[in-house]
Design a protein around this ligand. Structure first.
Ligand SMILES: NC(=O)c1ccc[n+]([C@@H]2O[C@H](COP(=O)([O-])OP(=O)(O)OC[C@H]3O[C@@H](n4cnc5c(N)ncnc54)[C@H](O)[C@@H]3O)[C@@H](O)[C@H]2O)c1
Ligand SMILES: [Zn+2]
Length: 339
């Protein structure tokens, strides 16, 4: 088994105490910034003089076509293997930058400056990247670690408010699957978090980084472990598809459903269930949907995780402790239709 120190992920530095204004100190001479127009407008002065590649905003731009455009510009800029690609933006920019860095000249260095709460607490972490292909999400991609992740909570001040939910749902997920004390922190500080208090944001992004990277580090051999990061996502993805709501909202509803299922299959208490529901509500996250349950069940059972009429479902034994159980599709259908 590989130890933490020999794993490439261990080389990634998560800088949570470093303002974006200090970014330049960490960059080699031949750095290229990859970002989007809105972020360039707000923060471009921090990398003045460096070449910038602008990419489109939205999932429809996370494609090989964008990659084509990036490769072309990198060649025009004469970027060789001494170069570094610096992705500044949300999960989309980080995914695009990671993929471009992993493939250009068979791999050059990259770094991320995540500027959404989702990217700071989740998407920039773990070394997975990918682009969409013919309507399939993240169909083509690589595992590739950035040299560092500079996460500055101050950048969230310019983030559209509705984007916060995507990060909040994953943060609650990390606490639920791995750390009861982290859950207590979010519970006790939900107002500070919603107000984007920098110390509170710094605490949660760093803790989420630690949890996600610990899972990823240990997962190399244990195929099962990374699955716990899917808590709330099996049902969540189905709702996202059917109801057309944001990923964060869908995951929140998915977590509430997984908790109800947990009370049937594990020792999760009603008291703990209610605590989680209260926290989701306090964070302005939804816990139910008016979408047609038949359609959700249809989308759920079409999910690729289905195996022999059973689905690996991540459940909670208690706040801070996840377990994976195989649950029969028929039982899930009945559960979804009756709850
Ligand atoms: N690789 C992974 O492990 C992983 C994990 C989770 C999600 N993802 C991917 O992440 C993507 C979603 O990321 P996201 O939620 O960050 O969305 P996003 O990257 O689309 O960013 C959301 C919006 O906010 C804008 N924005 C970003 N930062 C800003 C700032 N500081 N100020 C003003 N505007 C800002 C962006 O331009 C965009 O319009 C998806 O494509 C998903 O597949 C990847
Ligand atoms: Zn997610």
């Amino acid at each position: 088994m590989s130890s933490a120190s020999s794993h490439p992920f261990a080389a990634t530095n998560y800088l949570s105490n470093e303002p974006i204004a200090n970014l330049r100190q960490y960059l080699p001479v031949h750095s290229v910034v990859i970002t989007q127009a809105v972020i360039q407008q707000h923060y471009g002065h921090h990398w003045q003089g460096l070449p910038v590649i602008l990419t489109g905003d939205g999932e429809q731009h996370k494609t090989l076509l964008t990659m084509h455009d990036i490769y072309r510009q990198l060649i025009e800029l004469n970027i060789d293997r001494s170069g570094m690609l610096v992705g500044v933006g949300g999960g989309i920019v980080c995914d695009i930058t990671g993929f471009a860095a992993a493939t250009y000249l068979r791999g050059i260095a990259c770094a991320f400056v995540p500027t959404t709460l989702l990217a700071q607490a989740d998407a920039a972490i773990g070394g997975k990247n990918g682009v969409n292909f013919q309507g399939f999400k993240n169909m083509v991609g690589t595992f590739y670690q950035p040299k560092f992740i500079l996460s500055d909570p101050a950048t969230l001040q310019t983030l559209p408010r509705h984007e916060l939910a995507n990060g909040l749902a994953e943060i609650v997920k990390h606490a639920l699957i791995a750390d009861a004390a982290y859950f207590d922190f979010i519970e006790n500080n939900f107002r500070e978090i919603l107000n984007l208090d920098e110390d509170a944001i710094r605490h949660i992004t760093l803790r989420s980084y630690q949890i996600k990277s610990a899972v990823v580090l240990r997962d190399e051999k244990e195929q099962n472990l990374r699955r716990i990061l899917n808590f709330g996502h099996t049902y969540g993805h189905a709702i996202e598809k059917v109801a057309g709501i944001s990923h964060g909202h869908a995951v929140s509803i998915g977590m509430a459903a997984a908790l109800r299922l947990s009370m049937k299959h594990t020792s999760l208490s009603l008291n703990q269930y209610e605590r989680v529901i209260r926290l989701l509500r306090n964070l302005d996250l939804p816990i139910s949907t008016s979408a047609d349950p038949q359609l959700i069940v249809g989308a759920l059972t079409a999910d690729k995780k289905r195996e022999d009429g059973e689905i690996h479902f991540v459940l909670l034994e208690s706040i801070g402790k996840a377990v994976i159980k195989k649950i029969a599709v028929t039982e899930l259908q009945n559960f979804m239709l009756s709850s």
